[in-house]
Design a protein around this ligand. Structure first.
Ligand SMILES: Cc1cc2nc3c(=O)[nH]c(=O)nc-3n(C[C@H](O)[C@H](O)[C@H](O)COP(=O)(O)OP(=O)(O)OC[C@H]3O[C@@H](n4cnc5c(N)ncnc54)[C@H](O)[C@@H]3O)c2cc1C
Length: 476
């Protein structure tokens, strides 16, 4: 078993030239980006029980008012909210099974406070849907765990940022407290608080369960009349040109039939660019590896809040009596050839890249130094040039909507964004000020400029946890 603390040292040892010992006696962690389907993480086995089934799980209708493509967080939330707003002839097409793309292995953290009014409202809506609305409607629990959230300030600038967040939260009725290091130690006894300026504690933050959330959303939507069809990859999109020369959505093609529809929502995660190409629409996102490791049991960690140590660029998520440790690296790995066969799959973790989180994690919770690593979870996620999602109607084709590019926040933003997308489709515009997410914020000369998309997405990934100062463009 590898200990978290020794993992970093081992990787460094492996990096030194002429180290035959490393090959002979210890395992050098792989730096290859091959993917594997056999990882000991939850959901994989249960959701893959019906391996081998081919063909759609339901017959395809001839016509639908809206076809949602992709059965992850965004597809399921959008479908549910379309139904809640009264649309019932709506179909969700999922290539594999629900959650098979990125959603099944998400960390599922939901933080209510972000440096943007709109985002605070979007997050509040997600939280409301998964913590109460869905259960009231279906009688099913989504798996929401309200264990709280703790942001760590290791310098004054950061603490000032948290005070601004607390003020913003007050306006929206979100309970939060700025704690001193001593108060933080009382709340989280396993934490090293010696180097802290203070923390921001939000007791009603928590953790979402991806399978529970998506299953419940899809049940609620189908009870309202929607159709969810799994094992049904979309293979083509038909466009027509109207009398005024405007391109409009005509139909969605699959290997099992064609659905006539005036409206498609592209919620295909890292595969959204491929779906866009089928319709002649640019979808400016980049697929990257994003990872966390799950530790062995840690005595005394039960019921602790999730932690975001922005300055160390790591998060610690409570997972029962263990922690998941993840973060944002300066040198993320791009997934160059996005594969259509990747379902409920993971990449091997590249320890050379991931090791930069270890020191920060061990510094914050020293017990991690001697804690084993149970499993690694490294999957694909889409990132965009300004670290904001891509939503709304594509300028190239009427009726082609985007709900993708979620920059590792697609679980917590899913409910709010699903609702806005539904409103956008039905009423022609979103309810809230969604300019920061609207695909039209990018000039068309940039949306197919791969070098620009790649370099800016890399930059915004690496800067994800930077301090957000007032009046600067917000970051996640
Ligand atoms: C390691 C990791 C940790 C994360 N932690 C968090 C977190 O703590 N909090 C948070 O909010 N977010 C987190 N995220 C991000 C979050 O999980 C994603 O943003 C979210 O799951 C994306 O959902 P989605 O619906 O956009 O994409 P996906 O879940 O990928 O769904 C897209 C679906 O489209 C389907 N599809 C693709 N092509 C086709 C086709 N041709 N026809 C039909 N279907 C198709 C795929 O099979 C897939 O199921 C994390 C991500 C990773 C990788």
């Amino acid at each position: 078993m590898a200990f978290l603390g020794t993992a970093a040292r081992r990787v460094m040892a492996c990096q030194k030239p002429l180290l035959p010992l490393c090959h002979a006696t210890t395992r050098c962690y792989s730096s290859q980006s091959t993917h594997t389907t056999e990882k000991s993480v939850p959901y994989e086995k249960t959701l893959k029980q019906e391996d081998g089934i081919s063909g759609p799980t339901k017959p395809l209708p001839k016509f639908a008012d809206v076809v949602v493509i992709g059965g992850g967080s965004l597809g399921c939330q959008t479908l549910y909210h379309l139904c809640k707003l009264g649309m019932t002839n709506v179909v969700l097409l999922e290539r594999d099974r629900l959650t098979a793309g990125t959603t099944w292995h998400t960390a599922g953290l939901l933080w209510q406070l972000r440096p943007s009014d709109t985002e605070v409202e979007l997050l509040a809506h997600t939280r409301n849907v998964i913590s109460s609305e869905l259960e009231e409607e279906t009688g099913l629990e989504t798996g929401w765990i309200q264990n709280g959230g703790l942001f760590i300030a290791s310098n004054k600038q950061r603490l000032d940022e948290y005070k601004r967040l607390m003020s913003l939260g007050k306006a929206y009725g979100i309970e939060s407290y700025v704690l001193s290091p001593a108060e933080t130690k009382d709340l989280y006894p396993l934490m090293n608080v010696k180097d802290l300026y203070g923390t921001l504690y939000v007791p009603k933050d928590g953790t979402m369960d991806p399978a529970g959330t998506c299953t419940t959303l899809s049940r609620a939507a189908t009870a309202r009349g929607a159709t969810v069809i799994e094992n049904c990859p979309v293979t083509g999109i038909q466009i027509k040109v109207d009398d005024l020369g405007i391109k409009r959505l005509k139909a969605v093609e699959t290997a099992h039939g064609t659905i006539q529809t005036p409206c498609v929502v592209n919620c295909a995660g890292v595969w959204a660019t491929k779906l866009g190409k089928m319709a002649g629409v640019n979808v400016p996102l980049i697929a990257m590896h994003h990872a966390y490791v799950v530790t062995e049991r840690i005595e005394g960690i039960q019921n602790m809040p999730n932690v975001r140590d922005h300055d160390a660029s790591v998060y610690l998520r409570l997972q029962g009596d263990a922690l998941s440790v993840g973060g944002y690296e300066h040198n993320p790995i791009f997934w160059e050839d996005v594969s259509d066969r990747f379902a409920f799959s993971l990449f091997d973790l590249d320890w050379d890249v991931f090791m930069q989180h270890i020191d920060g994690a061990v510094n914050r919770v020293p017990a991690l130094e001697q804690t084993g690593i149970k499993s690694t979870v490294c999957g694909p996620e889409s990132f965009t040039a300004d670290h904001k999602p891509l939503m709304g109607e594509a300028p190239e084709v009427r009726g082609f909507f985007l709900g993708c590019g979620f920059n590792s926040a697609g679980m917590m933003l899913g409910g709010g964004c699903g609702k806005e997308l539904a409103h956008w489709i039905i009423h022609g515009r979103p309810e809230k000020d969604m300019y920061g997410y609207d695909i039209r914020r990018f000039h068309h000369s940039l949306t197919n400029n791969n070098r620009w998309i790649r370099e800016r997405s890399h930059e915004s990934y690496a800067k994800n946890y930077s301090v957000v100062f007032p009046r600067l463009p917000v970051s996640l």
